[in-house]
Unconditional design. Structure first.
Length: 419
């Protein structure tokens, strides 16, 4: 049985194409049943994220064209539209690819942790639907173990490499208990939503979302169990705030030195961390001159991110070494299993031949035929059946000049010893 991975990702295809090939969660049940039959796959799972769509399957064939054809047909595309961007990984390369994906080594941001959860979900979905068998289950369990080992034994996921996560990390370094802090998020766009998700995941619920459009602030506040205010209400709220993270589309600063100075008077030297992710800036640079204010701009965060990326690249090299060692072990076990299955089939075939000829011989003996003649014919018939297929293959190998097969037959039957 062959392991196949067929897909596209952020390295092989633009976002416009990735969007067309993506699967919504509610599509996966029907899709898995459909591809299992349509592409004649023994087992199959589908991994679909914003940066990749991959079909992970086992098949007796190595041809990926049925899977590519199914993908194109399912999404209403021509196979030619996918050919330049799609990739196929087979057997060892497929196992290696799966391990690298789950470990965060094939991600747009090296070491990002979300992919392992998405990887687990795709196999769990296949298990529930009934398209996951022993081969893919073994791959899944092995891959999860290796990804955990990579996380444990390297620093690949330790340092923040996005402005959103770095802003949250900075807040956690300044305050001993971030869950006790009151946090103001200025803006309601994608960056602030990501910051909110990081904070909410860390168990922080004291969030206030401030935005020019109050309805947009309310939408985010509902997601994170926070409260919403408009930008004009910030001065009255600021004295209760410990952390400000700003990212609006304003062309002029929203927080000036005077506003912050007035808020500080009632805080009795309690510090405020301010992280300005906006360009143009939302917080006047002079605010950073105030005592008890720790102000970071997006450029300050970029310096931290660049250092963290450098550290992650070294960790990624260590992780690659772990994955390469583990895939060798995985493939060795798979090859041993395949060899065992081949030996079983080999023995079963010859046992069937033996049983067939023995039954004929016993029938002739019951009829009173000469035992020596029966035994002699049994031996001849059994020998002829056993050497027929190898003899045909040997003749074909000679005719076709197949040196590899000739050497294999010579070695298999130890013909060099019989010269």
């Amino acid at each position: 049985m062959n392991l196949l991975i067929v897909g596209i990702n952020h390295l092989s295809a633009p976002v416009e194409l990735r969007e067309k090939v993506a699967f919504a969660p509610e599509q996966l049940t029907d899709a898995l049943h459909d591809i299992s039959a349509g592409a004649e796959l023994a087992e199959v799972a589908i991994l679909s994220t914003c940066n990749r769509t991959e079909v992970i399957a086992t098949s007796r064939k190595t041809d990926s064209s049925p899977i590519i054809g199914w993908l194109a047909d399912y999404h209403g595309m021509a196979p030619a539209d996918l050919e330049a961007s799609i990739y196929t990984r087979l057997n060892r390369d497929a196992a290696l690819h799966a391990m690298r994906v789950a470990s965060g080594l094939d991600s747009m941001v090296i070491g990002e942790p979300q992919i392992l959860g998405q990887f687990k979900d795709c196999f769990e979905q296949a298990r529930r639907i009934g398209t996951l068998g022993t081969e893919l289950d073994h791959l899944a369990q092995t891959t999860f173990r290796i990804a955990k080992k990579v996380r444990t034994e390297t620093a690949i996921g330790e340092n923040s490499v996005s402005v959103a996560s770095t802003a949250v990390t900075l807040a956690g370094q300044l305050f001993t208990d971030l869950t006790a802090c009151n946090i103001l998020l200025m803006g309601a766009g994608e960056t602030i939503e990501l910051v909110g998700r990081h904070l909410h995941t860390a168990g922080i619920n004291n969030l206030t979302i401030a935005n020019r459009t109050l309805d947009h602030a309310r939408r985010l506040a509902e997601l994170f169990d926070g409260q919403a205010i408009d930008l004009q209400s910030i001065p009255g709220k600021l004295s209760d705030i410990d952390v400000v993270i700003a990212s609006t589309a304003s062309q002029l600063p929203i927080l000036g030195k005077g506003t912050v100075e007035r808020a500080l008077k009632s805080r009795k030297h309690k510090p405020i961390l301010m992280v300005d992710l906006a360009v143009p800036r939302d917080i006047e640079p002079e605010v950073g001159d105030l005592r008890d204010i720790y102000l970071y701009s997006v450029d300050d965060l970029q310096e931290i991110i660049d250092l963290n990326l450098s550290n992650r690249e070294q960790a990624a090299n260590d992780a690659e070494d772990i994955v390469l060692q583990e895939v060798a072990t995985y493939r060795s076990r798979q090859e041993m299993k395949a060899a065992d299955e081949l030996i079983v089939r080999f023995r079963e075939q010859h046992m069937q031949q033996k049983e067939s000829e023995l039954a004929k011989a016993l029938t002739r003996l019951e009829k009173g035929e000469d035992p020596a003649t029966v035994v002699n014919q049994l031996a001849n018939q059994l020998t002829n059946k056993m050497i027929h297929a190898p003899s045909v293959q040997l003749k074909n190998a000679v005719a076709e000049g197949d040196e590899a097969l000739l050497k294999a037959i010579t070695r298999l039957y130890e013909l060099e010893k019989n010269r």
